[in-house]
Unconditional design. Structure first.
Length: 223
């Protein structure tokens, strides 16, 4: 028993993951967190709080393949990060055949938006934020037409994913992405709590209680 608890503690500490057994509902939920910055192909400094996609992808594969896991609860508080890696995680969550629910806590910014809408149902707490902005890149950028085309293609991929997995309109999403009204954030739009629901990105305002209730409801329907 002590050994099992030690393994659980290690999973929480290292990966922000844990499997929860709900005796009342007779179901088992896997809890996965996307915290800090989504780390992709480049390693970030040790002082940066990150979620490593090479840890998340195997866990998602295990959730899909395991007969002992009935559903996934995804908790998000992320500033975004590597676009390709974030989209890879979002696509994998969206393809899971078991019930999935997401909950945006502090924020789900940038590539965190596709992650938040990748589940079957989504929640955001009243003070939670979502930031939609154009694709950005640090370092040397070649000022040529192919560079612009690449950025446009990447943005189209993100917009298509979000509109496909939420009730948001793609044209409206592009307007929010290219908004110049909040110059302190450069281009883009900040949505707080209910605003994300009003823009049809998130299904409902709520916390952990509602998220669990909805997930168990979806699991019952699946069974």
């Amino acid at each position: 028993m002590a050994e099992k608890q030690e393994v659980k503690n290690e999973m929480i500490k290292e990966f922000g993951q844990i499997d929860l057994k709900n005796d009342r509902e007779n179901s088992k939920v896997s809890l996965l967190t996307i915290i800090g910055e989504v780390e992709g192909h480049d390693c970030l400094p040790a002082s940066t709080k990150t979620t490593k996609y090479e840890h998340v992808l195997p866990k998602l594969a295990e959730i899909e393949d395991s007969p002992h896991i009935d559903g996934l609860l995804l908790l998000l508080n992320t500033v975004g990060g590597d676009v390709e890696s974030g989209l890879a995680i979002a696509e994998m969550v969206a393809s899971i055949s078991k019930p999935t629910v997401s909950l945006v806590l502090g924020g789900s910014h940038s590539i965190g938006v596709p992650l938040a809408v990748s589940t079957n149902y989504s929640f955001i707490v009243p003070s939670g934020t979502m930031v939609i902005h154009p694709v950005r890149m640090s370092g040397t950028v070649i000022g040529a037409q192919p560079t612009y085309d690449y950025f446009k293609q990447m943005q189209d991929r993100i917009l298509t994913f979000i509109s496909t997995h939420s009730k948001a309109n793609e044209k409206r999403l592009e307007e929010l992405m290219m908004n110049t009204g909040i110059m302190t954030k450069d281009l883009g739009t900040i949505l707080v709590g209910r605003e994300a629901v009003e823009e049809h990105l998130i299904d409902e305002v709520g916390g952990i209680d509602k998220a669990f209730l909805k997930l168990h409801e979806l699991i019952r329907q699946k069974k």
